[in-house]
Ligand binder design. Structure first.
Ligand code: FES
Length: 244
């Protein structure tokens, strides 16, 4: 098996794997928000930035290659990821203390993981529509980080309910329905797209605040621990299925 050096540790990879897949297959965490082992990479959040042979690359899209030297845990890389996370916070409206996703939110958990103590940048306070028209699913665009996981999941569901539209600060998550409202779309509460959002932009109604503080997903484990425990097995399963 070919190998790369990951933070000084030799790890093997299968030809065709990206750096994040190679790391994850060895239970090594690389921060990420828009990557998910079940979907094609999107390469938008850049949280997975690593240094490969001295150059910054996105680990979720960059293929692993024999002899690469990958640095993921340096202070320089942590600082870069911290600034990217702070940008994500200020370009949306993220009010963690009152958000029902608090304690279960990947963006919030990423902030904790990277030691974020302030926003660093001024807030944009964008004005975005909230869509509560669906009987079972709420779309709160204030919290969207444009990772497109719902878009990719809905594509895989065969429904294509979600898409991103607009550019820059005007980018918005839009819904494929005659009125543009979620309630008029064919999204079902059991669709994967209704459950894949890493933040609180798409949430299932009447499920909020059910888990007590102290028992929520990221109360006791870091995002790195949760990711290695939950996503690495999904990745391994995907490769096993490929081999069958
Ligand atoms: Fe690689 Fe988002 S995880 S760019």
């Amino acid at each position: 098996m070919p190998t790369i050096s990951f933070d000084g540790q030799e790890i093997t990879f299968e030809p065709g794997q990206t750096i994040i897949e190679a790391a994850m297959a060895s239970d090594l965490y690389i921060p990420h928000l828009c990557w998910h082992p079940d979907f094609p990479p999107h390469g938008s959040c850049k949280l997975c930035s690593v240094k490969v042979n001295g150059r910054i690359c996105s680990a979720c899209t960059f293929p692993a290659a024999e002899g690469q030297e990958v640095v993921s845990s340096s202070e320089e890389v942590r600082q870069l990821r911290l600034r990217l996370t702070q940008m994500l916070f200020v370009e949306g409206n993220h009010f963690c203390p009152s958000c029902e996703k608090s304690g279960q939110c990947e963006l919030q958990a990423m902030g904790y993981y990277l030691g974020m103590t302030d926003n660093h940048y001024p807030h944009f306070f964008p004005v975005r529509d909230i869509d509560a028209s669906h009987p079972h699913v709420l779309l709160d665009r204030d919290r969207c980080i444009f990772c497109e996981l719902c878009v990719r999941a809905s594509r895989a569901d065969g429904k294509n309910v979600f898409e991103l539209a607009g550019r820059g600060i005007h980018t918005r998550l839009v819904v494929d329905s005659p009125s543009g409202k979620l309630g008029d779309s064919n999204l079902d509460v059991n669709d994967r797209a209704a459950h894949i959002c890493p933040v609180g932009a798409i949430v299932v109604k009447e499920t909020a605040f059910r888990i007590p503080i102290g028992q929520r997903k990221y109360d006791r484990r870091t995002i790195a621990e949760v990711s290695v425990a939950e996503e690495a097995p999904l990745l391994r399963k995907r490769y096993e299925q490929k081999e069958d």
